[in-house]
Design a protein around this ligand. Structure first.
Ligand SMILES: [Zn+2]
Length: 434
């Protein structure tokens, strides 16, 4: 019998996963869940599929614990975003390996981590690993759209299947060099996405007689300018404070000091730190009259806004009213997603630090707050889970990696897949091996 290395195993599994088109919408994640179930059951891991509709299954696999330890969940999603083959050098659903990289939609976001999590739990199972608490692997549907078929539904409808004390998810692990020190970012918090609509009202009329009307589009212009010019008061969040303490050896005491220190290290680092110190407001969409000769009575402006983890949409709305002052407008919060955090002092943090120290002597793990939204939020909210985004990546330039996510020619180095399997096996053994 030919023996396959973990490196070969994770590469092959990722290739197979990429070849299953799970573009969301519509998703069709059941085929990916079945592929994973076949693989895991071959290695003696018990699996269950949970589906709100038959074609959109979530897979949950588990090595039951001996009973005394915490539960550790390896979380991932199997859906991917649209790929336009004409923009790609290779077939986005071909799963080809070229120059040490696996190419295809989802290679980075996040079928690479799906494959690494599956290989980690399968390899531990066949080695006879007996964890102190449950080791759980969940590959969920519908992360990219979030229409209620994936993690959110699973936490509500089948909490017993996915309840966990600790969770390792996507959203971190990038390697940076700051001030000559290698750092791996581990996402422990997320900003809240809270877009809102500014509806400016006036009175319609024929465009040939502007004086008889009250043009909502023209009235919106100074309000848009005010929103665009606004710079929110900066606050020093604990993640940024700890990050700078680790990098510079000294904790900043104010947001201004944090930003100045980040600037001294590098302008690029300062650009990353700055949005983590304040709420952001970015007007992005405008709709007014649908006819050239009709003065609009209504102008709708959509404003993208990201809040700090402890801020609420109420606080945001109060600030926006203050910026705009009195006028003929209404505000409507369109949604409020995320904005959660886990403490970065935890056994899972110790595990991340221990792994980084072993994988690259001298390198440090640094906590990070991400501007985007991940499924970690549902687990923090439902079970108080300590959830981090951490999948170490060091073989590919961090800026290139950021550009390839959700874009053409997405690919992942096999070296990073192997490092990812090492990390997940390490985490399971470090946390549940006692
Ligand atoms: Zn993702």
């Amino acid at each position: 019998m030919a023996t396959m290395t973990l490196r070969g195993e994770v590469t092959e599994l990722l290739q197979e996963l990429i070849r299953v088109d799970t573009t969301n919408p519509p998703g069709n994640e059941t085929r990916a869940a079945e592929l994973l179930r076949d693989y895991l059951e071959d290695h003696g891991v018990a699996c269950e599929l949970y589906a709100r509709v038959p074609e959109r299954a979530n897979l949950v696999a588990r090595i039951p614990g001996r009973g005394s330890g915490p539960n550790l969940l390896l979380l991932s999603h199997t859906d991917v975003v649209l790929a336009d083959p004409t923009e790609w050098q290779l077939d986005p659903f071909g799963g080809e390996v070229r120059s040490g990289e696996v190419w295809g939609r989802g290679a980075l976001d996040m079928k690479g981590q799906v494959a690494a999590e599956a290989v980690a739990i399968a390899s531990l199972a066949r080695e006879g690993f007996e964890p102190s608490g449950d080791l759980i692997f969940a590959a969920t549907a519908d992360e990219e759209v979030g229409a209620g078929f994936g993690a959110q539904w699973l936490c509500e409808a089948h909490p017993e299947a996915v309840r966990a004390d600790y969770c390792i998810n996507e959203g971190g692990g990038d390697r940076f060099v700051l001030d000559g020190k290698a750092c791996y970012a581990c996402s422990t918090a997320e900003k809240m996405s809270a877009p809102f609509r500014l509806r400016v009202t006036g009175r319609s009329g024929h465009a040939s007689m502007p004086n008889i009307a009250d043009n909502a589009l023209v009235k919106a212009a100074p309000l848009i300018e005010k929103l665009g010019a606004y710079r929110a008061e900066r606050r020093l969040i604990p993640e940024v404070q700890a990050m700078l303490q680790i990098v510079t050896g000294e904790a900043p005491t104010s947001a201004e000091e944090a930003l100045a220190r980040a600037r001294a290290i590098s302008p690029v680092f300062a650009d990353l730190v700055e949005p983590l110190l304040a709420m952001t407001l970015s007007p992005t969409m405008a709709i007014a009259s649908q006819k050239r000769n009709v003065i609009p009575a209504v102008c709708d402006i959509t404003v993208d806004s990201r809040l700090l983890p402890e801020q609420s949409p109420d606080e945001q709305q109060a600030i926006v009213r203050e910026i705009l002052g009195d006028g003929d407008y209404e505000l409507e919060v369109l949604e409020a997603h995320g904005g959660s955090r886990s403490p970065f002092e935890s056994p899972l943090w110790d595990t991340v630090e221990a792994f980084v120290a072993q994988a690259e002597p001298g390198a440090r793990a640094v906590p990070a707050c991400v501007a985007g939204f991940t499924d970690s939020h549902w687990f923090r909210q439902a079970f108080g889970t300590v959830a981090y985004g951490f999948f170490p990546a060091r073989a590919m330039d961090v800026e290139l990696m950021a550009r390839l996510v959700h874009s053409a020619d997405e690919r992942v180095p096999v070296d990073d897949l192997e490092l990812g399997v090492d990390w997940l096996r390490f985490a399971a053994q470090y946390m549940l091996g006692g």
